[in-house]
Design a protein. Structure first.
Length: 138
C-alpha cells in the first residue's frame, strides 16, 4: 500500500477563520476555508516565541496604549510597527499622531479593529508580525 502520498492534516486558525494545514516532509500547504482569511496565505503560519530572540527588546510589558501614552511600552510598539509594516517611526516612546496613524495602518493591513489604540489584539498581531520571517508585510 502506498502511504508516501498521505499527508497529516491538522486544524489551525488564521485570522479567526478555520483552515486546514497539510504537511508532507518539510513543506506545508494551507487551505483557507474563509474569504476573510485569504490574505493570510502570504503570511507566516508558524508561531514565533517572544523572549531573548524578540526583534524589539524595550520591554515585555503590554499595557493598553493610545494617543498621549509614553514610555518603554510605546517604544516597543513603535519598534514592532517599524518591523511589521516598515512604518519608519522614531522609537522615542511618544505615542503621538504619527504613531497613532501607523497603528491604524497596521490594523487595516492586519484586518483587525481599526481604532488607533494598541490593546491585547493589536499587541498580539504586532509581536507576531514583527518577529515573523519576511517582515515587513504591508
Amino acid at each position: 500500500m502506498l502511504i508516501a502520498a498521505a499527508a497529516l492534516a491538522l486544524p489551525i486558525s488564521l485570522a479567526g477563520a478555520p483552515a486546514v494545514a497539510a504537511s508532507h516532509g518539510t513543506s506545508a500547504t494551507v487551505a483557507v476555508t474563509s474569504p476573510q482569511a485569504a490574505h493570510t496565505l502570504n503570511r507566516p503560519t508558524t508561531l514565533v516565541a517572544q523572549g531573548p530572540d524578540d526583534v524589539c527588546n524595550y520591554t515585555d510589558s503590554r499595557p493598553n496604549l493610545h494617543l498621549g501614552s509614553s514610555g518603554s511600552a510605546v517604544q516597543q510598539a513603535q519598534c514592532y510597527l517599524n518591523q511589521a509594516i516598515g512604518a519608519g517611526l522614531d522609537e522615542d516612546g511618544d505615542f503621538g499622531r504619527v504613531t497613532q496613524s501607523a497603528t491604524e495602518d497596521f490594523q487595516r493591513c492586519a484586518e483587525i479593529v481599526v481604532d488607533g489604540r494598541i490593546g491585547a489584539q493589536t499587541w498580539s498581531f504586532l509581536s507576531f508580525w514583527a518577529n515573523a520571517p519576511g517582515a515587513p508585510f504591508c
